[in-house]
Design a protein around this ligand. Sequence first.
Ligand code: CUA
Length: 251
Amino acid sequence: MNLIWIFPIAFRDAAEPWQLGFQDPATPMMQGIIDLHHDIFFFLIVILIFALRMLVRALWHFHYKRNPIPERIVHGTTIEIIRTIFPSIILMFIAIPSFAPPYSMDEVVDPAITIKAIGHQWYRTYEYSDYNSSDEQSLTFDSYMIPEDDLELGQLRLLEVDNRVVVPAKTHLRMIITPADVLHSWAVPSLGVKCDAVPGRSNQTSISIKREGVHYGQCSELCGTNHAFMPIVVEAVSLDDYVSWVSNKLD
Ligand code: CUA
């Protein structure tokens, strides 16, 4: 028996009430995004404190009562060189670590499985193109949100679906993301994926989930009245469980 079935709530990767910050990362990609965020946040705090100190000091010292006759100096070469060079050095320190995540997102590392996520108004269709059933049909199913009235105890409102995307953990996956009607987006925070489904286009992204678990996401491009009601549930299981899921789905 899989641990996910015994403790279904403890293993969920979804947003929690009053959450600040990120969800637990389940892919190296999301780990990279969080590291970059923390990296840049360091500079943000330093700059914030420095700029605030300058602002307060200027307001204090150049108050008209404390400084009734204004200085006539308008130019200073040294200060101008410093205040140009120094921020560009800071920008360089921000830019260099920001190159790695987008380029590694673009990389497709010899995927074992290709899954096509097709956005519809307002549900999703998933196609596992690598497998064919006996009548030459590829593994395809629709995934609808479970309406509030049909929720069972412990299920997440607006996040649960009837058919989850089951994938193996610790395996390189290729996601092909496309819509059948309007602009949608396939976004799962804990996987570090937010990929737009653009009409007439197939977007590709790769995922490698580090651990077993249930990862929740939502449509992230306004696509009509039921935009809020087409969630994504990715269930990462062991390879054995995945193989038996596929063979069950195929017959
Ligand atoms: Cu589909 Cu918003």
